[in-house]
Ligand binder design. Structure first.
Ligand code: ZN
Ligand code: ZN
Length: 309
């Protein structure tokens, strides 16, 4: 492993929101040390799809590898992650990264692919009114992906910092109070909070589409009448295509320069996680910036029963 990113999923795991024990971390760039019967891979700089699928079940055969019935997820579900010197992934998950792409940029391929997934699922037209609710790191990537469609784009934020970045990109940033009364053809919910969902739900126009990009800890109460009467389309959206992520980053269509905060060595991993957990990174706009861990040497970070040790 060369470099890994700490994201809000890692923090939620450390807090015990996910039933995970093992080594966390899923955003990375590394060098193939052992090609294990796959000639030509050794020495390649690679990133990797976080979904470890069987390739033989009905869901896999229908093309939905990330929907495999026995799916494991790198550093998230039943599979050790990348906050370590070495990690293991099936060869089919690996994507080679050209030397011209820096390690820092490469670590953003996974979240960028996740952001771009929305465009695989929803046709966004320049005439569409689109609102993104939330402005953290993934949200900034999603916002850039949507901006490239030429749509009428607004983002609901709670703090001034993301608003400044968004306005620098020519995107209108509004508070929840300011956006009240607006309606959009497409709303993207990226807060994972009941309040964020309620706001997104209320902003979705009749016959509009609500894209759910965050998971919700706990239960949500929804009045589904709005969905039926107004014929709302609800879309769940998860991981995306890594080649598309790589292309968007190398072409400059999606920029990440302002999103990198600091670097830690792997033996400072616990510090990196507590740094990322500071109120600056959390509260209203969690994970606006990214922390990177140099994983070339040092200790492993492990999570057990909700605590990093
Ligand atoms: Zn992540
Ligand atoms: Zn399968």
């Amino acid at each position: 492993m060369h470099l890994a990113g700490v994201c809000s999923t890692d923090l939620e795991m450390v807090r015990g929101y996910y039933p995970f024990e093992g080594i966390p971390g899923h955003e990375f760039i590394g060098l193939v040390a052992d090609e294990n019967g796959h000639p030509g891979l050794r020495g390649n700089r690679v990133v990797g799809d976080i979904n470890i699928s069987c390739g033989t079940c009905e869901r896999c055969l229908c093309g939905g590898l990330s929907q495999c019935v026995c799916l494991k997820t790198l550093g998230i579900f039943n599979y050790n992650g990348v906050f370590a010197e070495y990690s293991k992934l099936p060869a089919k998950n690996l994507v080679s990264v050209p030397d011209s792409v820096s390690d820092v940029l490469a670590v953003f391929i996974e979240p960028t692919a996740t952001a771009l997934r929305i465009l695989d699922q929803v046709r966004v037209k320049p005439s569409d009114r689109v609102i993104v609710v939330g402005a953290g790191r993934l949200r900034l990537l999603i916002t850039q992906a949507l901006k490239n469609t030429g749509c009428d784009l607004k983002v609901v934020v709670r703090r001034p910092e993301p608003a400044a970045i968004l306005e620098g990109w020519g995107i209108q940033a509004l508070t929840a109070a300011e956006v009240k009364g607006d309606l959009a053809d497409i709303v993207v919910e990226v807060t994972g909070s009941p309040e964020g969902f309620a706001l997104s739900w209320s902003l979705t126009h009749a016959r509009g589409t609500l894209v759910l990009k965050s998971t919700f800890a706990g239960e949500l109460s929804i009045d589904l009448s709005h969905c039926v009467v107004d014929e709302i389309t609800l879309i769940g959206s998860r991981c995306g295509n890594y080649q598309a992520g790589l292309q968007a980053l190398t072409s400059g269509l999606i920029q990440v320069g302002e999103m990198v905060d600091s670097f830690f060595s792997l033996d400072q991993g616990s510090e990196a996680i507590s740094h990322t957990s500071q109120p600056d990174f959390e509260s209203a706009d969690q994970g606006l910036k990214a922390i990177h861990l140099y994983c070339g040497f040092g200790i492993l970070i492990q999570v057990q029963n909700g605590f990093a040790f």
